[in-house]
Structure formats: C-alpha cells, structure tokens
Design a protein around this ligand. Structure first.
Ligand SMILES: Cc1cc2nc3c(=O)[nH]c(=O)nc-3n(C[C@H](O)[C@H](O)[C@H](O)COP(=O)(O)OP(=O)(O)OC[C@H]3O[C@@H](n4cnc5c(N)ncnc54)[C@H](O)[C@@H]3O)c2cc1C
Length: 288
C-alpha cells in the first residue's frame, strides 16, 4: 500500500524540530529510522499530515559517558549500540539486546529512541531499559523533562511522552563491581519480535547473594513491565538453581498475559517463567 499524502520537514537542529512539533503536534509525527512508522503509514494505521525527520540532526546520535552515566542519543541506531566495544565492557546488556533485534537492515536503520517512543509490546529495548532503571529525557518547548523508565511505558504503543515532546536522550547508570546482565528472548519466527524477552541486571554482595536487581519483561503483556515480584524475591536471595527457579515462578504475577495464534496465554506464562529463570541464571553466572 501507498501512504496517504503528507508534508515532509527535515530540521537540522533539535530546537527547530521541537518548534515545528509544537506548532503541529496534532497533525505531525516524528520520523526516526522509519522501521515502525513507515509500515504503519503504508497500512494507513498512521496518517500524519506532516513528517518531521530527525535524520539530519547529527547531535542526536551518540554514546558517551558523562556524570557517571552512559548517555545515548535517541537517534543512535541498534547497530551502533550492538557494535560498541565500550558498552560491551561496562553495560553488555545494551549490545546484547541490540544484537537480537530484527535483521541487519533493521538494526542499521532503526533507532533506540524510535523503538522506545513506539512502545511496541513485543519490542526488545523496553525490557532492557526497564531492567537498567534508565532515565529518558524528553525535549519540549519549555525545556527538558526526565522520565523514569518505569513510568515511561503507559500502554500498547503509548508512552508518557506528550504529543509536543521529542525523546532526545537515554541515561543509564552502569553497575559497578560483581555485576551480571543478560537478555534472552524467544523470537517470533517471522518477524523476530519477542514472543517473550527477559532482561536482567543484577549485582552480588560479598557473600554471593543478590544485592540488587532489575528485571524487565517484554512480549507478554500490552506493554513491557518491570517484574517487581521477581525483583523483591530476588533481592537478598541466594543465586543457586533452586532459589532462581523459585524466584522466576513470579514472572507474570499481577500481569494480564496476552494470548495469540502463535502463543496462548498459558504458553507465554510458561515461557516467561522459563526465560526469567535462564536470564537470571546467565546474569548470576557472569557476576563474579
Ligand atoms: C522486519 C522488521 C523486523 C523488526 N524486528 C524487531 C525486533 O525483533 N525487535 C524489535 O524491538 N524491533 C523490531 N523491529 C522494529 C525496529 O526495531 C524499529 O526500528 C523500531 O521499532 C522503531 O524505531 P525507528 O527508529 O525505526 O522509529 P520510527 O519507525 O521512525 O518511529 C516509531 C514511532 O516512534 C516515534 N518516534 C521516533 N523517534 C522519536 C523520538 N525521538 N521522539 C518521539 N517520538 C519518536 C515516531 O513518531 C513513531 O510513532 C522490526 C522492524 C521491522 C521492519
């Protein structure tokens, strides 16, 4: 299908993009990598009258360390994150997650900001960003607003961004000593999207028990979520196989689990528990 007619704007600064969006936010859509928006436009599920392309704003694409945090520009591609040697050293969950998104073409064009702003219930980045307890920085006419990852994903394809705001940066405080991270997923065979995806970020104390943890789960519900019941059971727990299995049984506590032609709600619940156990096990074995 061919998209409905639209006007195209390509500002060269973020301030200009914010200003255009401020004037047209009811009719306009931000264009990042286009790998979710363009298919939606071709199917006429999205019919924006104006597209504001962020592609010419070069200073929205970066990975840097500042103020003890990793800062990632919203237009940074999945591939840039996948291939960062520095991230593999200090926060391997990010490249691990990026490497499991779609195929090479999707990873070369798709952006972390586009993926988060889209809030696809089966998208990979939301799980990792929740497990890392990241902060998301939204730029609007009155300046920047910082939103905690746990407050960002509101529902299917809905985030806490206001219609007049642009996601400009993701901030992550990298873990220090004795940390382990993992992202494991069951990909939908046709699309690559997560039937279930589990991201874990944990640290061990001196005795080897879990000192702190974040667990993000995607693919299971109408939006990605922090598995709070898993986190509270895991904090202070031993990290042996039996303890991890007990904790992982809480993967879908309090969550309304989706069922579809590919995976029933009962099968997804089972997968979520199994992949939570495996992801915690993998992260624990790396936390030495
Ligand atoms: C064949 C295929 C396979 C895929 N497989 C996977 C997969 O396995 N896992 C996965 O997670 N994803 C997958 N994707 C989706 C891919 O990761 C997309 O790149 C991503 O979902 C959207 O990023 P984008 O940069 O392309 O955003 P776009 O498509 O340009 O935008 C998506 C939405 O976010 C808004 N938006 C974009 N950037 C911003 C911003 N900075 N501020 C505010 N709003 C913004 C847009 O207005 C739009 O509504 C796949 C896509 C395709 C086509």
């Amino acid at each position: 299908m061919i998209p409905a007619q639209f006007d195209y704007m390509a500002p060269s600064t973020l301030a200009e993009a914010v200003s255009i969006l401020g004037q047209h936010h009811d009719d306009a859509k931000i264009l990042a990598g286009g790998h979710s928006l363009i298919p939606a436009m071709k199917l006429r599920l999205a019919t924006p009258q104006i597209l504001i392309d962020l592609g010419r704003i070069k200073d929205l694409s970066y990975i840097r360390e500042e103020g003890g945090q990793i800062r990632i520009g919203a237009m940074t591609t999945h591939y840039q994150l996948e291939s960062s040697a520095r991230l593999r050293e200090i926060c391997p969950l990010l490249p691990d997650c990026a490497a499991q998104i779609g195929d090479v073409q999707v990873r070369n064009k798709g952006t972390i900001g586009g993926s988060l702003a889209h809030s696809d219930p089966a998208g990979d980045w939301p799980a990792a960003i929740l497990a890392l307890d990241a902060e998301l920085v939204a730029a609007g006419a009155s300046g920047d607003r910082v939103i905690k990852a746990a407050d960002f994903f509101v529902d299917m394809l809905t985030t806490a961004l206001k219609p007049s705001e642009i996601l400009r940066e993701i901030r992550i405080t990298p873990p220090s000593d004795k940390f382990g991270q993992a992202y494991l997923k069951v990909p939908q065979p046709a699309s690559g999207f997560a039937v279930v995806g589990v991201a874990v970020n944990l640290t061990r104390d001196q005795s080897g028990k879990c000192q702190s943890c974040g667990v993000g789960i995607t693919g299971v519900a109408s939006k990605a979520y922090r598995a709070r019941a898993v986190e509270s059971a895991l904090n202070g727990s031993a990290l042996d196989d039996q303890a991890i299995a007990n904790v992982a049984a809480h993967a879908t506590d309090g969550v309304s689990v989706n069922g579809d032609l590919y995976a029933s709600d009962a099968y997804r619940t089972h997968l979520a528990q199994v992949y939570t156990r495996r992801a915690i096990g993998a992260a624990a074995s790396r936390a030495k």
